[in-house]
Design a protein. Structure first.
Lengths: 881, 114
């Protein structure tokens, strides 16, 4: 930033900076001295000489002013005049102007959209007053693992750090189940200390927030604040709900207030908070340790005083690092401490979106270059029709620099309008792109702040100026040169090479984008192929007896009943269930060593707890052995099904069926082998899985379960039937995350899907622009040569020959462009490699299709005007000009 | 631009030509230009400093001359102006224009008997 400021100052200084004034003054002083000396030599006294010189030279200041005026006013006046003249010119050719502005606008839109997304991920402060002073106090273990410091550490920081004027403890990411007003729903909530709302500068919409005394004793004050949206949707905006009792995770709690509209907590990039409870109530979600050292259940949010700096705060925190460590770890450990501004998303949310900026940024850069190259081609072509106007201005005494400046002013207008288009469209585009992440695979919405702010507008302005430099300078130089030459005959060929080079560049860029899009699309298809299970006609739901504190026996009894009721539905062909969270019951990163005996470790594997029918419902093929049956339940001998890679870990000879293995200290018999299947869609590795029967409770008693139900016909129609069947088993148990497996897979593939869609759109835009650009240039060349063509036809040239002649003009640039494009695409393929799964970056299909598409479009764009040339009537043509 | 003052003894439109010509031999500072022109014109041309410096800055902006700070023979810092390639071409161009114009005027004046 300061370097930028320096550059700007230097630029301004060229015209009226202090430095320039001093130089001018020194120069004038020198002149005066010399004048005085010359009078002295002529015989005058020192005094008289000085006086004469001053009289003759006039006021030094006056001269300086005159000289300066000549610089400054001229420049300003010229600029205003140029802009006015440019605007008139653009109005006179509305079609051309619109095409140029829209093309530039498209490129800038792409760039500004990416910036808006980057802004919301990394830079944007919360939309709250004084949010630029919000910080997080973070600690890491001596080994570098990030941790939450906990409530006691927050209290210590509040008491000891004078750089903060407010400190709050919070846990902003708990799944809660809210019953009240005769309805129940799963919600995302936060546990916060009473300072939280005041720190954020939020006032209650209705009622009050937490009192200091309400967050002092664990598990005593069950008070709750509802978000405005939750209050309206679940509680019908009923103001009498304040003071009433509702149930949160099966526990009674009193509503004390409603948060203002639009306030959704601070978990940007994650799920918006819909209710808040005091930190001392964290026992509701199983964090009963809140008042004890070593309980790291909350993060620390703080606000810097108006005079304190980040460095002050860091110093003060580091000074009490030992004490913070005692409270955070419950033992004598000094953590690494840091004070991090609260901007954009939290670190762990960022990681979800981290792959977007480089991918989208690369695409935007290519698009902007294509747009600029395209508009540069348009401008050069149009410049040819302006040689008369330009040479007239030359003969009226304008310098070449003056004319170039005038042409640049016109191009600047195009860039500015393009920038305005970019600003207008980018917000919608950014929202559409982030819409891919609006809901996660557990059906929770995510919230982002994507609106215009000063940074976005400043970025758009900077990009506009940069694009003008990219697309405007070369055409202005070419046009002014042509005007200077004024040798009529060379007009047709003049600038032709430049334009054809630009066309070649466009062809090359299109190939690059198309290849990228092809690779991504192929990879996306591969992902689906590698899934190895069938998502059609499968509905998902989750039953959560844990949310209302059922114990394992009661939860399991309920689950058996619910499953048998679902099985009784005529639409249902199979039910499977398992434990876990998210996509395909991913259990998270928990791994266990696998071995033949308890002593050995032949590799880490992921255990999965699934019911009988799991393989059948998901259509996973059994390679050998059998699936689980109802008999594989509590008390029966422990059995397991291995995926191929897990089986390979256990035994290189592949014969593992009926052999025994040890997992988590228990011995299982291998009863089946299944192929590897995709669990983490956007990672390349296929994890080694060990499936164990849900009902055997091999490691702990099961409570919650996710259900997958295969149905006949439309699974959407089946969703309400399934809910009713579960409610019939027990109406109190929450049923959540109802969705189609198709949608869940789509959500899980969002980043790849997004990349594919954006690349495809960018490639289509590039192809269209290239086609139009090529068409424009060739059509122009044909029009300029109408007379010549007419002459050729009159002299007996056949139409095939004429078409051939015209085609030749486009062919060379296309061939060069294709070659360059393939080289660039090879480089791009390398960059994309991180996103490509199951596809070689050198995939010949993607390259072949890109070349074919570009060749077809280029051929068509060249052929159409060429054919028109062949139809030229020689008599009319000869009369042209 | 300030209007030309009463002491402007240079023919209107010829200031640029004269300045470029003065610089065509070697780089010079502003004072040197006035001296040189005065000397070459046998004291007939006296440059008005009020228009010399604006003209120098304009010519520099147009790219016909460049400037740099150097020490004079007496070790005094001064800004020296030098012709650029574009300036050399411009000088040629202006000289031809002037010759055409002055020849035309002379031809007209040479007509006898009026």
């Amino acid at each position: 930033m300061s370097r930028l400021r320096g550059t700007i100052a230097r630029l301004l200084g060229l015209f009226h900076g202090d430095r320039d004034d001093r130089a001018m003054r020194e120069e004038m002083d020198f002149h005066l001295e010399q004048l005085t000396a010359s009078y002295r030599r002529a015989g005058l006294t020192t005094e008289d000489a000085a006086r004469r010189a001053r009289i003759e030279f006039g006021g030094v200041v006056g001269h300086q002013e005159a000289a300066r005026e000549s610089l400054r006013n001229r420049l300003l006046e010229d600029l205003v005049r140029d802009l006015r003249y440019g605007a008139r010119n653009l109005r006179r050719h509305p079609g051309f102007s619109l095409a140029a502005m829209l093309t530039v606008g498209m490129g800038i839109t792409a760039a500004v959209t990416v910036f808006t997304i980057v802004d919301s991920i990394y830079l944007r402060p919360l939309p709250l007053p004084r949010s630029s002073r919000f910080v997080e106090v973070a600690i890491r273990t001596p080994r570098g693992r990030p941790l939450w410091p906990g409530i006691l550490a927050a209290n210590l920081v509040r008491a000891r750090v004078s750089a903060f004027d407010a400190v709050a403890a919070h846990d902003s990411r708990e799944v809660l189940y809210v019953q009240g007003h005769r309805t129940a729903s799963q919600r995302f909530g936060a546990f916060v200390s009473p300072q939280y709302f005041a720190l954020l500068g939020v006032k209650p919409y209705f009622g009050r927030f937490f009192l200091p005394g309400e967050d002092s004793v664990p598990d005593r004050d069950a008070v709750v604040v509802l978000s405005y949206d939750l209050w309206r949707t679940q509680f019908a905006a009923d103001s009498s709900v304040v003071g009433q009792r509702i149930q949160v995770r099966g526990r009674d709690a009193v509503v004390v207030g409603i948060a203002p509209p639009g306030f959704s907590g601070i978990s940007v990039g994650g799920a918006p908070n819909e209710l808040w409870m005091p930190t001392m109530m964290l026992g509701i979600v199983g964090e009963g340790c809140v008042a004890r050292p070593g309980c790291r259940a909350t993060a620390i949010l703080a606000r810097l005083t108006p005079t304190a700096t980040l460095a002050d705060a860091e110093r003060q925190i580091a000074a009490i690092g030992g004490a913070v460590g005692m409270l955070a770890f419950g033992r004598d450990t000094v953590p690494r401490t840091a004070v991090i501004p609260v901007r954009g998303m939290a670190d762990d949310q960022r990681s979800t979106y981290a792959s977007l900026p480089p991918l989208l940024g690369g695409i935007a850069l290519l698009l902007i270059v294509i747009a600029c190259v395209n508009v540069a081609g348009l401008l050069i072509t149009r410049g040819l029709t302006r040689t008369g106007e330009v040479s007239l201005r030359f003969s009226l005494g304008a310098s070449r620099g003056r004319i170039v400046r005038q042409l640049l002013a016109e191009n600047l207008l195009i860039g500015v309008v393009g920038g305005a288009i970019g600003v207008l469209l980018s917000i919608g585009a950014a929202r559409a792109l982030m819409g891919f992440f609006a809901v996660d695979s557990e059906a929770f919405p995510h919230f982002f702040f994507l609106s215009l702010d000063g940074r976005v507008v400043a970025f758009a302005a900077a990009v506009s100026v940069a694009t003008v430099a990219l697309f405007g300078v070369l055409p202005a130089l070419v046009t002014s040169r042509l005007g200077l030459q004024r040798t009529g005959t060379s007009r047709v060929t003049a600038g032709r090479r430049g334009r054809l080079a630009l066309m070649g560049a466009q062809v090359a860029l299109s190939i690059t984008l198309l290849t990228g899009a092809g690779l991504m699309a192929h990879s996306f298809g591969q992902l689906r192929y590698r899934q190895r299970f069938d998502t059609g006609h499968v509905a998902l739901l989750r039953v959560r007896p844990a949310m209302i504190n059922y114990d394992p026996p009661r939860a399991q009894a309920f689950l058996r009943q619910a499953v048998s009721r679902i099985n009784g539905l005529p639409e249902v062909t199979g039910v499977a269930f398992g434990r876990g969270s998210g996509y395909l019951w991913t259990e998270g990163p928990q791994t266990m060593p696998l071995g033949h005996t308890t002593a050995d470790t032949v590799g880490m594997v992921y255990p999965r707890f699934v019911s009988p029918g799991f393989l059948q419902v998901l259509g996973i093929r059994l390679l050998a052995g059998r699936e689980f049956t109802a008999g594989d339940s509590a008390g029966a001998p422990l059995v397991a099904v291995l995926t191929e890679s897990a089986a390979w870990k256990l035994s290189r000879d592949g014969r593992v069926l009926d052999r025994s293995m040890v997992l988590g200290g228990k011995t299982f018999r291998v009863v089946g082998i299944v192929p590897d299947y995709v669990v983490h869609p956007i990672h390349d590795d296929l994890p080694s899985l060990v499936l164990v029967p849900f009902w055997e409770n091999a490691f702990q008693a099961e409570v919650d379960a996710r259900l997958a139900v295969r149905v006949r016909g439309d699974p959407v129609a089946a969703l309400p039937l399934l809910r009713r069947a579960v409610n019939a088993a027990d109406p109190a148990v929450p049923v959540t995350e109802m969705m189609l497996m198709e949608s869940q897979v789509d959500l899980e593939y969002s980043p790849v899907h997004l990349g594919t869609v954006v690349l495809a759109a960018a490639a289509a835009a590039a192809l269209l622009l290239t086609g139009l650009g090529l068409y424009g240039v060739i059509a122009y060349l044909v029009a300029r040569r109408t007379r010549e063509i007419g002459l050729r036809i009159a002299l007996g040239a056949r139409s095939v020959e004429v078409v051939g002649l015209m085609l030749r003009q486009g062919v060379a640039s296309t061939v060069v462009g294709v070659t360059a494009g393939i080289v660039m695409a090879l480089a791009t393929g390398r960059l994309l490699a991180a996103f490509l799964i199951g596809v070689d970056p050198l995939d010949p299909v993607a390259y072949g299709m890109a070349v074919a598409a570009v060749a077809m479009v280029a051929g068509l764009a060249t052929y159409l005007p060429a054919r028109r040339a062949a139809r030229v009537d020689p008599m009319t043509a000869l009369r042209v000009e | 631009m300030t209007p030309s003052e009463r002491r402007d003894e240079v023919l209107p439109g010829t200031l640029d030509l004269l300045v470029l010509k003065a610089l065509s031999l070697e780089p010079m500072h502003g004072w040197g230009i006035t001296e040189r022109l005065q000397q070459w014109s046998e004291d007939a041309l006296r440059l008005n400093q009020g228009s010399l410096y604006p003209a120098l800055y304009r010519l520099e902006r147009q790219g016909f001359i460049g400037s740099s700070w150097k020490a004079t023979e007496n070790n005094r810092r001064a800004r020296y102006y030098a012709l650029t390639a574009a300036g050399r071409r411009q000088l040629e161009h202006e000289r031809r224009t002037w010759e055409r114009a002055s020849r035309a005027v002379n031809l007209v004046l040479a007509v006898d008997g009026v």
